[in-house]
Structures are given as C-alpha cells and as structure tokens.
Unconditional design. Structure first.
Lengths: 287, 334, 253
C-alpha cells in the first residue's frame, strides 16, 4: 500500500511536469503543424536561466521563474521569425532536420556557456521540506509541480475557450487560409502561440528541474518523451496531452519502482501499443 | 526529342548506357578507395567504420529517400545485424567473416520486416514516434539481455577467422578495409539495379502518391515491408561489418542517436540518390572524427548549424547542390 | 448478366442517405455519363463502387463475380479502374515511367527486383504506342511536374488504358482543362477500346451529350433518370433537380 501511494505521488508530479512541457509542443504541432524537436531545448534554456538567477545572482525563486520564462521567449522569438517560419507546412523530414539542427546547436552552446555539469535551482525553504499529507509525507516541490500543472491546464483552457485570442487561435487551427481571409493575422497568432509554447516549456523546465535535471544533453534525453506524450495525446488537444502525460508518467514511474532492471522497456512497449491502436492519438482528430 | 526514341531498337542503347554509367560509378568509387588506402594508411579503421556507416545510410536512403518513410529509428536494423553477427561469433564459434556477414544480413532483413509492421502503422508524427519507440525498445531489450549482448559493457570476444582462410584481420585493418570496400561496391551495384527495377519504380511511386499506386492495383503496405526487408539486409551487413572490423558491439549501435545521425548524413549528402548517401556519410564521419577530437561539443554546434543551413540553402544536399552548379556551368557555356 | 452490375446500393452518413438504393448496369462497349448537381452523391458512389467505402447494403458484380467485399486493389486487378478528378501523378517521374509502371503492374511484374522495363521489348513497344496514340510521345521523358496540365490529364487516361480494364470510371476527365483543350481529351477518349465499358462523371453538358449514349442522373443519392441524352433535357424531374434554367435557356434535345 505504501509503495502504491509513493508511486502514485511520484507519478502524479512527474506526469504533471511532462504535461507542462509537452502541452506547449502540442500547441505548436496542432497549430503550426511543426514537428519541433527543439522543444526540450527551450525547457532546458529555462532551467539554465533559473539556475543562474538563483545560484549566481541570488534572486528569489519566483523572480527566477519569471526570468526563465521571459528569457526563453526572448531567445525563441527570433528563431521563430527567421527559422521556424520557413518550415511551416514543409514535409516532416525537413522539420525534423531543421529542429534537430537547432537542438544540436543549443546543446553545444549550452555546454560552452554553462559547462557539462548538472545545474541545480535553489528552491525557497517552503518547497524544500516534506509535506505531511496525513497518510504519508511527500516532497513539497513535487506537490508544487503538480499544482503548477493544474494551474497551467486551467489557464490554458480559459485562454483557448474563453478569450478573443483563443477564438482566433482555434479558427487558425481549423483552417488557416479561411482564418486569414476573415482578417485574422495568422502570422501574429503563430508568433504569439509559439512564444506561449516556449514559455510553457521554460516553466516546465524550471518546475521539473528536480525530476529532470538540467544538463546539456537534457534537450536530447527528454525530447523523445515529450514527442511521445504529444503523439499519444493527439496534437493540439489539452485533455489528450494531460491524459497522455499522466498515463505515460505512471507507466514510467511504475517501471522504475517495480522493474528498474527493465529500464524504459515497458514505457516504449506501451507507446507502441497505444500509437498502433490510436494513430492520431488518444484525443486526436482523424484526418 | 521525337517519338521515335521510344521504339525498342533505340531504347536498347539507353539501357546499355546505364550499364556503362554503373561501371564508371564503380570505377570512381574503387579509385577513391584505393587513393584513401594509400593516402591514409593509419586511418584504415576509421575508413572501415565509414564504410559500415555508408551501408546504414544507403539502407536509410532506400526507405526514406526512395520510399518516403520518415524514420528516426533506423539503427534498429544496423544493431540487429551487428549483434547477430557478434553473438554467433562470440557464443557459437561461427567466426568465418563471410558467414558472419550473411547472418548479419539475415538478422537485419528480419528486423526490418518486423519493425516495418509497426512503423508503417503510423503517418507523419506518429510514424516518427513509432520509429523512435522501436529503436528505444530494441535498445532496452539489448541492455536487459546482457547474458547475450554484454549489456552496457558491450559484446566482446568476437574474433573473426581469416577471410577465405587466407587473409587474417591485421592490426592495421588492411584486410577489413579491403573487404569492406568490396562489400560496398557489390551492394552499391545491386542497389543501383534495384532502384531502377519495376519494384524500385513502385516504391518511388508510393513515396509520391500511395493513392495512385493503389488505384493501379498495386499493394502499398506489402511493397514497403519488402523494401524494409531489403533495407534491413543492407543495414545488417553494415552492422556485421562493424562487428567484424571493431571486434566489439556496443549498445550505441542500437541507439536513437545513431539513427538521427544517419538521417543527418543522408540529408547532408542528398536523399533519393545512392551517391548522396555515400558522400554525406564520408563528409560527416570524417569531419566528426577531426572536430570532435578537439571538442565534442563544438562538433555538435557545428553539425547543428550545418543542418539548419542545409535545410535552408541546399535542401537537396551536397550532391544536389553540386548537380545544380554543374548544370548552371554547362548552361553558361553552351 | 451484365459486364458490370450495381444492385440496390445504400450508404448513410450520420443517418443521411447519401446513396439511396442505387442500381446501375453496364454492358460491354457502353458509354454512359453520370451527372447530377453538387452533393448528389457522385463521389460517394464512385468510392462505394471502387471499394474505398463499405456500403450499408447492396452488391457490386464485375464480369459475373461478386466483388462487394473485395478490396480496392483486388477490384483493379479484376478490371475495374478509375481515374481521378484532381490529377494524381508522380511529379518526379516521366510519362514513360508512369505508363511502364501501369503495364508492369498489369503483367504482374511490378514487384520484380532485378529487371528493368527498358530491357523488355514488348513493354517498351506498348509504352510507345499508348503515348503516341495520345500524342504524348514528344514528352515521354520529361518529368510530369514540367508538362502542361492538359497533358497530365491525357496521361491519366494513358494510365487507365495501360491497365486494360474491363470497366473504366472516369471522374471528370476534363476538369481544370481550358475549354480550348477539351477537344484533346475528347479525342483521347475516342481512342479507348470499343469493347470497354465507360462510366463518365462530367459537368460539361456539351461534352456529355457528344460522348454518351446513355445518361444517368443522380440527385440526393438516388437515380432519378436513366435514358438517352435526347430525353434528359425533356424530363421534368431532371429539369427540376439539376438542369433548371440551363435546360430552359438552350435546346438540349
């Protein structure tokens, strides 16, 4: 029973971190139809900025989060303008190559600038200790990650369903040409969504840094996991990404607890099974 | 061009012309190999590794360049060949290099056919994710089955016997290099024939419009599985070659990273052209070896920027760019 | 038994009958036009007949065999071939290669690994004669992406001929072709083997009346008329459903 609760708590916080990072990727894929393999690299940049802000500059955690999100957006916007815009609507292979290229370059630069070692983010004292939930205790930062995930899900739902921006976004997703004809400036919608997606990646990178440690190869290690979450959930679907992140987080965490010697074997087996049965993802629209 | 060019008597020379071009291509490759052999006698191990990678990239070209399947898991087929050849040598005492190559080709073909059943279920993003999942699954399985594969320590104890019972695999890698070049030339010629065959045309057709292929009454799924099996045999030969030449098989031969690198090499050289696969591999591995000796992370930065540049400015790769320049020069002269 | 017979074909999309009890038969050598207003269910009908959609009920017989459950590729092999309204060709390949692929497929050689069509005299000869017949000989080795749209439409017909079907479904063969060039398409269709049964979907009425011996009108998923071109303009239901003012403006009979 104790093991099940431990697995459950870990799976929830890990799944929520996966969700925060992957939902941005899901938006880019659903909207711009770009297979963005560099998404994990943006999460990593967020982590580096937060680490630098808290460790080197001694800034408080909250400020570091904001700095990480804004700083990563600042890096991403010119990339969108000059590189990504060239590959919207291109074949998947082209997109994969360009974004792998961007990933490689970011890894190399990150190592040059920050060194190959693991970087930590200084947590405020409230998030360091364990929290007593009555039946057991759980690390506060894990609870915090799960809570941020819930907030992100609700905020995104509100933005997409309840704001004028959301209406334009959905129209552009459904039919970009028609939306353009209706006077929606799709280029701006794309740029804003891209910045939003990257900001979410950075947020996830910071909040999840305890679970997915920040180092140069972060961008490559977890890229596959994020891609898998989006594919299993269905590109462009918030609910799908949430379900997929929690499900795959549970599979991965359970595997690590109960059968560590099998590594990620069952995780990938589950991925193959789900994608074979639902080629458009759990919540994806069929084409 | 007039309609008379289509009558049979006129098209026979055309067919002969392609045989002539094959011969010229083989002679060029052989000449380059001989030149490298004498220019870089201390780099023969690296050159042999390049040839093994060339077989992997040629194999990837068959499924991606010629048939349009997007995959980031092609190392599965290479690793299957490497481990199969390594295991029969280390555990069953089958150390004849030609037999090891045959085992590698068979294992690669089987891995290709089986993995294609999964990968071809998806399209676009889901196809990419399935291909990554397949290679990761194979990687985890090989890691777990350490009794057979040596796990993360790698599979050692591979000592291939002399080629034809006469040529030992020497310390300088001369035998391995010569064997690898001969193998590459044979594979290259066979693939030139296959890509021009009715089957090769069918695959190119599927890449461009599978719906039209079905409307002609031809099977899409089965054709692609068959192409995957052929590609598997080629990649498996590459894996077996690497097992023979380096005498170890590591988990990295079954990795996502190797799969992604193979794709980069292919695109660098130019997809849908056999020469492109060869040129891309040679350039990539050679530079990797030089630059990463200085600093592996600088290499990553350079490859990254190079990839972006290729996508933006030379989408048809080095061979495509060279072709365009050649055409322009000829156009300017005439 | 007819060469090709569709009986009581039905199909619903979300409760809406898109194909409503359609029966149709073709004999050897028939030239039939299938017309109908947009949304009449012509495309659904083609997809049902070619096996891309499963019917709710009804049967499709080809040359005496029940092919209702056969896959699209099986039907093609048994002699039921379609063309596409929007050109579907392999942009990087030449007309010669297109026709070669169709012929090799028909001969059961499309899976061959170590042969080359250029070394098969009978294939080369057939490619030459088909392309020459349709006036495509001069561009036989030009990639399809570089040839004119009208020529691409002709190549669609060439592919259908190379497969030597028993029944041919032509989906708007002149769609997108400038009206000055429709005569080329018409001339090409006149070259189709006399024994072949052709069902053509087309919007251009003048073209339909020159081509077809029989006209079938589909409206709201059901056949409302089946008769000669001379009669179609006089039929009240057809006027109402489809021709409307068009029939009033000009004397189609």
């Amino acid at each position: 029973m104790q093991t099940i609760l431990s697995i459950g708590a870990d799976a929830l916080s890990y799944g929520m971190v996966l969700f925060i990072i992957s939902i941005g990727l899901s938006v880019t894929m659903g909207l711009m139809k770009v297979v963005n393999l560099a998404h994990g690299a943006f999460a990593m940049i967020g982590g580096y900025i937060a680490s630098y802000a808290t460790q080197q500059m001694g800034l408080p955690f909250g400020v570091a989060i904001i700095a990480a999100v804004l700083g990563t957006m600042l890096v991403a916007v010119p990339l969108e303008r000059f590189l990504y815009r060239r590959i919207y609507g291109a074949p998947e292979l082209t997109q994969v190559l360009m974004t792998i290229g961007i990933t490689f370059a970011i890894i190399g630069i990150a190592n040059f600038a920050m060194g190959p070692t693991l970087k930590t983010i200084a947590l405020p004292s409230q998030l360091q200790g364990p929290v007593d939930l009555g039946f057991r205790t759980i690390a506060a930062h894990k609870l915090f990650a799960a809570a941020v995930g819930v907030v992100v899900a609700i905020a995104l739902w509100f933005i997409i369903e309840r704001t004028p921006f959301g209406v334009r976004l959905r129209a552009s997703v459904d039919d970009a040409a028609m939306a353009g004809a209706l006077g929606i400036r799709t280029k701006i919608i794309y740029a804003v969504s891209f910045a939003l997606a990257v900001g979410l990646a950075a947020l996830g990178g910071v909040v999840g840094a305890q679970l997915l440690p920040i180092e140069p190869y972060y961008a490559l290690h977890y890229m596959v996991t994020f891609l898998v979450v989006v594919s299993v959930g269905g590109a462009g679907s918030i609910t799908g990404a949430l379900v997929a992140a929690l499900l795959l987080g549970a599979v991965q965490t359970t595997g690590r607890y109960l059968m560590p010697e099998y590594g990620e074997f069952f995780f990938y087996l589950a991925v193959i099974a789900i994608v074979c049965v639902f080629p458009n993802g759990l919540m994806g629209r069929s084409k | 061009m007039s309609e008379t060019t289509l009558n049979p008597s006129a098209s026979t020379p055309l067919w002969r012309r392609s045989v002539t071009r094959d011969l010229v291509a083989v002679l060029i490759l052989a000449a380059v190999a001989v030149a490298l052999f004498f220019l870089f006698p201390s780099n023969l191990a690296l050159l042999t590794r390049i040839v093994a990678m060339m077989l992997l990239v040629l194999s990837l070209d068959l499924v991606t360049g010629y048939s349009g399947v997007a995959t980031l898991g092609h190392a599965t087929l290479f690793g299957a060949g490497a481990y199969a050849a390594g295991i029969v040598a280390a555990k069953f005492g089958i150390t004849d290099p030609l037999l090891m190559l045959a085992v590698g080709a068979l294992a690669g073909a089987a891995a290709g056919a089986i993995s294609s059943l999964v990968i071809l279920r998806g399209h676009g993003l889901s196809q990419l994710v399935l291909s990554i999942a397949v290679v990761s699954l194979a990687h985890e399985a090989a890691n777990k089955l350490s009794g057979w594969t040596g796990g993360s320590d790698g599979l050692s104890g591979i000592s291939p016997s002399a080629l034809f019972g006469m040529f030992r695999f020497d310390l300088f890698g001369r035998t391995a290099f010569i064997m690898s070049v001969v193998l590459l030339l044979v594979v290259f010629v066979v693939l030139r024939i296959i890509v021009r065959s009715p089957f090769g045309m069918l695959c190119r057709g599927i890449k461009q419009d599978p719906v039209r292929i079905r409307a002609m009454g031809a099977p899409v799924y089965f054709t692609l599985v068959k192409m995957y099996a052929i590609a598997g045999a080629v990649a498996g030969l590459g894996g077996a070659l690497s097992a023979i030449a380096t005498k170890v098989v590591g988990l990295d031969s079954l990795s996502f990273t190797l799969s992604a690198e193979a794709l980069v090499m292919l695109v660098l050289g130019g997809t849908g052209k056999l020469f492109g696969a060869l040129v891309g591999t040679l350039v990539f591995v050679w530079f990797e070896d030089r630059v990463s000796a200085i600093n592996p992370f600088h290499w990553l930065t350079i490859v990254g920027c190079l990839l972006v540049a290729v996508v933006l400015f030379a989408p048809k790769g080095l061979t495509g760019a060279a072709e365009a320049i050649w055409k322009r020069m000829r156009g300017a002269r005439s | 038994m007819s060469l090709f017979e569709v009986k009581n074909l039905r199909k619903n999309f979300g409760g809406l009958a898109v194909t409503d009890d359609v029966s149709l038969s073709l004999q050897k050598g028939d030239r039939i036009a299938l017309i109908g207003p947009n949304g009449a269910g012509k495309t659904t009908f083609v997809n049902l007949v070619t096996g891309h959609l499963k019917p709710l009920s009804g049967t499709v017989h080809l040359d005496g065999q029940n092919v209702t459950k056969a896959s699209p590729t099986q039907r093609v092999k048994q002699g039921l071939v379609r063309s596409f309204q929007v050109t579907r060709l392999f942009s990087e390949m030449t007309p010669e290669e297109h026709v070669a692929l169709a012929i090799l497929q028909r001969l059961g050689r499309s899976g061959h690994l170590f042969t080359n069509f250029k070394t098969m005299p009978e294939v080369v000869e057939e490619i030459g004669s088909i392309l020459a017949l349709l006036g495509l000989g001069g561009i036989a080795r030009t990639p399809v992406a570089e040839i004119a749209y009208g020529q691409q439409r002709l190549l669609e017909i060439a592919l259908a001929m190379a497969l030597r079907p028993k029944v041919l479904l032509l989906d708007e063969p002149a769609a997108g072709v400038p009206s000055s060039d429709t005569v080329l398409i018409e001339r090409a269709l006149a070259q189709l083997p006399p024994g072949l049964a052709v069902l053509m979907i087309e919007h251009d009425m003048d073209f339909v009346f020159r081509f077809a011996q029989r006209v079938v009108v589909l409206a709201a998923g059901a056949i409302i008329f089946d008769g000669t071109p001379a009669e179609v303009g006089k039929d009240a239901r057809v006027r109402e459903a489809y021709l409307g003012s068009y029939a009033d403006d000009r004397s189609v009979a």
